[in-house]
Design a protein around this ligand. Sequence first.
Ligand code: NAD
Length: 489
Amino acid sequence: MTTVDTQQTLDYDRLFLGGQWTAPATAERIEVHSATTHERVGSVPEAREADVDAAVTAARGAFDDPTGWAHWSPSRRREALERFAQALEARGQETARRVTIQNGMPIRLAQQWEQGFPPVLVRYFADLAESTQEEIRPGLLGKQTKVLRRPIGVVAQIVPWNVPQAITFLALSPALAAGCTVVLKPSLETVLDAFLLAEAAEAAGLPAGIINIVPGGREIGAYLVSHLGVDKVAFTGSTAAGRKVAAACGELLRPVTLELGGKSAAVILDDADLDSQLEDFFAATMINNGQVCWTGTRLLVPSSRYDELTGTLADLYSGLKVGDPLDPETQIGPLVSERQRDRVEGYIAQGKQEARLLVGGGRPQGIDQGWFVEPTVFADVDPKATIAQEEIFGPVLSIIRYQDEADATRIANDSDFGLGGSVWTADPERGEAFARTVRTGTIGINGYANDPVAPFGGVKASGLGRELGREGLASFQEIKTIYLDKLNG
Ligand code: NAD
């Protein structure tokens, strides 16, 4: 395993609040350890209530400034955000490295998602905001109406540890492009990449107070969500926490976007040529060590080809390269933490009671440190089994047999969740016809890949609202109607 240079740990003693590196209110600290070697890699101050108050005050002040960010023209904001995109690019490699060390994401993937995606999103939303015009609607009753899109205000953003940078930018980019200001709360497990983001904001000369970062746990997250200075909450995390956030926002009548858990279906139709699509199939089902909300973790296999396809899948998942996530060849790294490994191993034990273990089921041989579990596949899984219904969030898959397409649709929809999914077929039209029958927010044909223009989000217990695309920008805007005088027209 690549060891970390412990002489050069990343220790920060200040928080990024109001555009300044500010002394924290208390001496509490968050210690960060490598998911792979368990070495201490750095530490940051832990934000407490007084720090959140300072962050919200700064964001509020920046938003309410009558000549500030919210009132800049979209093209002036775009110029500033272009500098931000460049500053992120300049730090991109280090961002990927920090994420990989903290959460075990294979470095190739971190370079693609955590290094590559943020500047793309910043530019996409800055351009989109610039091209979104005020609209004039001819009225039915004689006068015209002007429809404005105003920034919604101070945004509290709460993110998980699994894809910390790309997920942050799913909401941070449209929020800033719309003219909002943001208080970001990263997860305890992944704080070091968030400090690099702060450095990029500072280097880009973004106005003080438009980005503020309060690293902390769930209590500080709950405090931020209910803070009186906040206008909108963007939450990504578990369904259990999302329900609490939604309840707090409901009480306050505060708009909220929720990107929550999933248990999506990867449906192999009976004409699929899976052998030629194994890399894409792996990416759609077990990427990032199985710690992705949208992955298809229920593999629906037709009865007519069950034995053959189960054999193909066994070969695929037993042949993955498991190991050091800093090695560019690695496909499966460690889980983020001991707690997460305990949770995943609990589900594997449950699966051994409920189904036939096909691949894995233990810890990888020859690796004596890091929060690793073997890629694990269960076959003959009952669609109602716990491992087929609950989100495991690790490299654990369930193969479920189906009889015909109607049966596959029924099983795919037999879930509390509805976030992602995929259909595998030699006939894309047939794939699309099937995709239409699945109740989910997003679904791919012969693959699954988010795109900045494509709205992303879930139905049922997977969440509320959409990120990305025009819809993602709109969720940080409020609509204001001006009924024009006849003379305006
Ligand atoms: P988590 O819900 O425990 O924590 C997520 C974030 O919310 C963390 O920053 C945490 O500190 C904070 N938090 C927890 N409870 C809170 C509360 N009551 N009020 C305010 N903040 C609170 O989830 P996790 O274990 O960090 O992440 C994994 C989960 O996130 C999985 O369920 C996964 O499916 C989901 N997720 C969803 C998406 C999506 O886009 N739908 C993306 C990634 C992860």
